[in-house]
Ligand binder design. Structure first.
Ligand SMILES: [Zn+2]
Length: 320
């Protein structure tokens, strides 16, 4: 019998209360599909399920302008239909869901740091990686993974945190927050910005000032598949993370690079997500005692999302 602590799953039904309206791809059914799959495969019962608290304001203020946080609160309270753009709709449950989504990877990080769990997956809504310091963007309101990275730096005193973003869209908000910070490595693999939202994440964006060299972007052309991703991981992504010697690894885990996803044109199989998860987990075990938390970003075909999350969670739980 293994003495290893369990894999964590950070969950609250409040994530479903962020209602985006008919026809919006980022919809509650995404998490219902994940919950259904993890339950009927028996995986849920083997996970340590942790309920998140809303992130404290001072944590979110490390990443977002207080005036933006106030504007978000006021627009939610005033029942405004959206914030900043119509792709960021507001509903009565949006405000609480956003604070809980920011708190989820924080709860996961604390539980991993304490040794209570080995690693964790956070299937949150709303997602976070497009949210900028003072702007909601691309279905995102608060940058969940950035809040967790800052928490690890400030609360746990870590000197080096790595964030890998394999969502098919570039994590513009995360890059912009950390691109001058030498303590946080940001690595992103995504569909080429000339061909997809948000239009950032070119190869020559490599960090600025004291953070020069701590950003790695691997844009992939439309039609790229497993072979091109494996090559990018083996030749660039895994060596970059290894060379940084992170003390904790966060993953912005979007599943919209799957071949069946309706929002993009990358052609990964479900097996590629298992492969990426396994290799990143093995690297985390090598460099930082396996301390790794993954946070849901995109993934809009419900069947593909459930398949990929199942493969992802099984791989997080695997012993070797
Ligand atoms: Zn995405």
């Amino acid at each position: 019998m293994s003495t290893s602590p369990p894999t964590g799953l950070i969950w609250t039904d409040r994530f479903l209360d962020h209602r985006t309206g008919a026809h919006h791809p980022e919809r509650p059914a995404r998490l219902e599909a994940i919950r259904e799959r993890l339950t009927h495969t028996g995986l849920m019962a083997r996970l340590s399920v942790i309920q998140p608290d809303p992130a404290p304001a001072e944590m979110v203020e490390r990443v977002h302008d207080p005036a933006y946080i106030a504007r978000f609160r006021q627009r939610c309270a005033g029942q405004a239909p959206f914030i900043d753009s119509q792709e960021c709709p507001l509903s009565p449950g949006t405000h609480e869901a956003a604070w809980l989504a920011a708190g989820a990877p924080v709860a996961a990080a604390d539980a991993v740091m304490s040794g209570r769990i080995r690693n964790a997956f956070c299937p949150v809504r709303p997602p976070g990686h497009h949210a900028e310091r003072a702007t909601a963007l691309g279905f995102c309101y608060f940058n969940n993974v950035a809040v967790a990275a800052e928490h690890l730096r400030h609360r746990h005193g870590l000197q080096r945190v790595a964030i890998l973003d394999w969502d098919v869209h570039h994590g513009n908000g995360t890059q912009h927050h950390f691109e001058e910070d030498p303590h946080v490595l940001f690595v992103s693999i995504h569909q080429h910005p000339r061909t997809l939202f948000p239009g950032t994440g070119f190869e020559d964006e490599t960090g600025r000032g004291p953070g020069a060299g701590t950003v790695l972007n691997c844009p992939m052309m439309p039609g790229a598949g497993d072979e091109q991703y494996v090559r990018a991981f083996e030749q660039r992504i895994l060596p970059a993370i290894q060379g940084f010697e992170p003390q904790f690894l966060l993953v912005s885990a979007g599943f919209d690079a799957h071949m069946d996803d309706p929002l993009a044109n990358i052609r990964l199989t479900t097996e590629a997500f298992e492969w990426m998860t396994r290799h990143v987990r093995l690297l985390a075990e090598e460099v930082c005692g396996g301390r790794m938390v993954t946070v849901l970003e995109g993934g809009y075909n419900l069947d593909a999302l459930a398949d990929c999350v199942q493969a992802h969670v099984e791989s997080l739980m695997a012993v070797r």
